[in-house]
Design a protein around this ligand. Structure first.
Ligand code: NAD
Ligand code: ISE
Length: 338
């Protein structure tokens, strides 16, 4: 069965996911697209030679009879509105991260899905599908390093997004670490403190960049994460786990060293699109397969989206207060353990 997908938001990741769902994945096709930027939609339809209907309104797209499932890839603060509309229409929905920028907005989605009586939401946290993170988790789960004690993370971007704000370093960028580390460590979060080192001349005036986020987990692992969004030199994601008996870290992306003109050099990535390209493919194939099976068994749930937002809210409070802020994680309802 081919799943007919409607996509709301044809910006950077919308275009990537449209290509995957229409040209790369098994059993999916894109039949409908929408964006408030009409030129962006026209362009994607032409460039990708889509046989998709253009909708002026995302809500009309959701209601369309030939749309089996919805992808929400608009900007973060529009996610709640469209995910709730998809749930109202009882349609499966893949929502890019963050599920919504605040825990309060995410809770509305959790409540609406629970009311539907079955899981219909998958959130676009793709790192647990990445081969590097999967290999790292296998080593941690084997206990060959003993227990994890400290995690050092780096999340550097080469961004030029004009609407980026200080809190987005948390709820748009660090949210990936928040999600993946819960899964990687099999742990949850206790408290957080955020530090702002000297500002970078690369960063816009209004954005506090870089930032250092120190998180303490329930099992007392300390996460030390460096976020630097406007590096202007690399897209760099690192994760190193220091255990009782040894250290394990994410592998570097493949890059061929070239010996030439008296030096050895290799390119580094500047874009998220290539860094996690395989993980995006696997997570979206999982969504299509979940929809085909009529059951969501793989991928981040709305609860995962909410849990990440609860921690992110505390990080944003810590950005403002400069103090240690507690992360109050509510217990997971049985609906999400099924
Ligand atoms: P973008 O700015 O390139 O695109 C966002 C699009 O949303 C724009 O085309 C905009 O016109 C459209 N839009 C805004 N309001 C809308 C509305 N009411 N209806 C329809 N369309 C609307 O941003 P992006 O980089 O593509 O990011 C989009 C989302 O995807 C964000 O939540 C971001 O965090 C997420 N994202 C995830 C990853 C990842 O690694 N998983 C990577 C990039 C972006
Ligand atoms: C972007 O939205 C992503 O999700 C990228 O993976 C992340 O590295 C970047 O910081 C976000 O803005």
């Amino acid at each position: 069965m081919t799943i007919r997908i409607g996509v709301i938001g044809t910006g950077a990741i919308g275009r990537e996911h449209i290509h995957r769902c229409d040209k790369v994945l098994q059993n999916s096709t894109v039949v409908a697209v929408n964006d408030i930027n009409v030129e962006a939609v026209d362009q994607v339809v032409k460039e990708q030679k889509l046989k998709a209907k253009i909708y002026a309104d995302g809500h009309e797209l959701i209601k369309a009879n030939d749309v089996d499932a919805v992808l929400v890839t608009a900007i973060g603060d529009k996610h709640e509105e469209f995910v709730l509309a998809a749930l109202e229409a009882k349609k499966p929905v893949f929502c890019e991260k963050p599920m919504a920028p605040t825990a309060e907005a995410c809770k509305h989605i959790v409540d609406a899905e629970t009311k539907c009586g079955k899981r219909l939401v998958q959130v676009g946290f793709m790192r647990p599908f990445d081969l590097g993170y999967l290999a790292l988790k296998k080593i941690l789960d084997s206990k060959t390093l003993g227990e994890p004690l400290i995690v050092n993370c780096r999340h550097f971007n080469y961004t030029n997004v004009s609407y980026y704000t200080t809190d987005m370093a948390i709820n748009d960028t660090f949210i990936h670490e928040i999600d993946v580390l819960r899964w990687l460590l099999g742990d949850d979060y206790e408290s957080v403190q955020v530090f702002f080192p000297r500002r970078s001349c690369n960063s816009p005036e209004k954005v506090g960049d870089p930032q250092i986020v120190i998180v303490r987990t329930k099992k007392n692992v300390i996460v030390n994460a460096q976020l630097y969004v406007f590096t202007k030199y690399a897209y760099d994601v690192q994760c190193e786990v220091i255990g009782e008996h040894g250290i394990a870290a994410l592998p570097e992306p493949v890059a061929i060293p070239v010996l030439k003109d008296g030096q050895i050099s290799h390119p580094v990535l500047i874009d998220w699109k290539t860094r996690f390209i395989d993980a995006y493919d696997v997570e979206l194939q999982a969504f299509v397969d979940n929809v085909s099976a009529g059951k969501f068994t793989v991928g981040a749930s709305a609860w995962d989206g909410y849990a990440a937002a609860v921690a992110a809210d505390a990080c944003v409070r810590a950005q403002k207060s400069g103090k240690v802020e507690t992360i109050e994680m509510p217990p997971k309802p049985s609906f999400y353990n099924k």
